[in-house]
Design a protein around this ligand. Structure first.
Ligand SMILES: *Cc1c(COP(=O)(O)O)cnc(C)c1O
Length: 221
């Protein structure tokens, strides 16, 4: 596999040239502990995992000062094992999950509310028109801090379709931020993956989540 450092440096330069405040999350769900350590040695400070098992394995092996992001669907029954092991949750999408976080978290958790901007059946997340009311209802939960919104682009090569979805998330994020809710500063936008991170940066992402194009994939991990 390609060494991570030069790939990261070039990618990060390209992104920073578009927008300075974008942070790269290395999605390590398809690689093992050694490759994850290489990412940290390359200067990456944000790591993303989408399964409790993968998170636990890396947490156990890595003591570095990095920020841990949980980016996948979180089952309610798994909250207990995950929530106090992460810095950011990118997939808050239902009230039952919020209630369980409230019950299990030892301190406030930085959460992204996941929005299904493209309205594809197969994708999780709230409908855009439900998002404001949902976030307002989270005021009652002092263990949840809504730092931003997250979305997944549709699975298409059509750049304009992808761009429209990212624009939609950005507009909604600004709308929530304008409410000035104390529990929901909503200053962040988590969008963009290996195939579309430059479009995401152009449209106002503050976090991009990159797996394949950055750390690659291993047969197991
Ligand atoms: C896997 C995954 C990514 C990274 O995908 P790549 O195409 O490998 O960059 C980003 N976000 C989420 C939610 C994912 O599950």
């Amino acid at each position: 596999m390609k060494p991570i450092k030069p790939v990261f440096e070039q990618m990060n330069n390209e992104i920073q040239n578009i927008r300075k405040e974008v942070q790269v999350i290395a999605v390590t769900k398809q690689v093992g502990v050694e490759r994850t350590k290489e990412a940290i040695d390359a200067g990456i400070r944000h790591l993303g995992e989408n399964r409790p098992e993968g998170l636990a394995a890396k947490r156990a092996a890595i003591a570095d000062d990095v920020q841990w992001h949980f980016i996948g669907t979180l089952q309610t029954r798994k909250v207990k094992e995950v929530i106090n092991q992460i810095d950011f949750l990118h997939s808050l999408d239902r009230l039952s999950l919020a209630k369980e976080i409230q019950k299990r978290a030892n301190q406030p958790i930085k959460c992204f509310v996941q929005v299904n901007v493209s309205q594809e059946e197969s994708k999780s997340g709230l409908a855009p028109e439900e998002t404001l009311e949902f976030i307002k209802s989270l005021e009652a939960f002092d263990k949840i801090r809504v730092v931003g919104l997250m979305t997944m682009a549709p699975n298409t090569a059509d750049e304009e379709t992808i761009r429209k979805v990212f624009k939609g998330l950005k507009a909604l994020q600004l709308e929530v931020a304008a409410e000035n809710w104390e529990h929901a500063p909503c200053t962040e936008c988590s969008m963009g993956m290996s195939n579309d991170y430059l479009i995401a940066a152009q449209e106002g992402a503050t976090f991009v989540r990159i797996g394949t194009a950055l750390v690659g994939t291993e047969s197991e991990g």
